[in-house]
Design a protein around this ligand. Sequence first.
Ligand SMILES: [Zn+2]
Ligand SMILES: [Zn+2]
Length: 252
Amino acid sequence: MKLRILGCCGSSYPGQQSPAFLIDDNVLVDAGTVSAALNGEEQALIEAVLITHPHLDHVKGLAGLVENLLINGSNRSIHVYGMAAVLDILKKHLFNGLIWPDFGVIPNEAAPIIRWEPLEPCTSRMVCGYSVFPIPVSHSVPASGFLISSQSSRLLFTGDTGPTHLLWRYATELSMLVVEVSFPNSLEELALRSGHLTPHLLETELAKLPDTPRRIVVMHLKSIYRRQIIAELASLAQHRIEVMEDGTVYQL
Ligand SMILES: [Zn+2]
Ligand SMILES: [Zn+2]
C-alpha cells in the first residue's frame, strides 16, 4: 500500500495544504487538497473518495476535482463514500446547485460524475480492492475515521476527532495510525469544545489502544502552534510519534 500525503495541515497557508491522502493513486481519503497537488493525469486516476466529515477543509478539493473530470471529457463516475449523514450534508449544502453544481445528476442522472456511496457505520465495504470500515468519532458534525486494510497492511485514519472510544476498539495490529492533533496543551478547552486533540489528550487516547501501532503519525496541526505542538509531542515519553508533512510518500 502506498500512501501519498497531498495535504495534512490544520490551517492553510502557502505550502501548507488541507487534509487529503492518496492510496495507490486511485483512492483518496478526504479531499481538502486535490488540484494543488495532482496534475490532470493523476486526478483522472482517482476512482474513489472517502470522506471523513463534511467540514470544508476536508472536502473543498472535491469540488474542483469533479469539475475537472467533467471538463476533461471523462465519461466515468467517481465514487464518493462516507457515512450517510456526512454525504447528506455535502449534497444539501455544497453540491446543491447553488454553492456548486449538483454533480450527482450531471451530465445526466443515469451516468453522473459523482456517485454517492453511503456507508453503514462499523460495516466493511470493498473499495478498489481494500476493505474500508468507517467508525464514528467525536467531532462537532457527523464524522468517522476509516480503517483501511489490505492483506498486508492496516491503516487507521481518525479524521478530526476529540476524545473518543469506539474507534480504538478496532485499532489492532495497525501498520500505521494517522491521528489528529490540532492544538497545544494550553488550548485543551478549545480542543474539547471543537472536537479536536492536544498532545496531552492524545496521550490519554493512546492509552486506550488495545496494542501499539507500528507507526503513529500526527496530522492536522494548526500552523501557528506547530512548533509548540511538536515540542509537546516530543515530551510524550511513552510513544515515538512522527509528525506528517505534505508531500511525504509512505510504503506500508
Ligand atoms: Zn473538522
Ligand atoms: Zn479539519
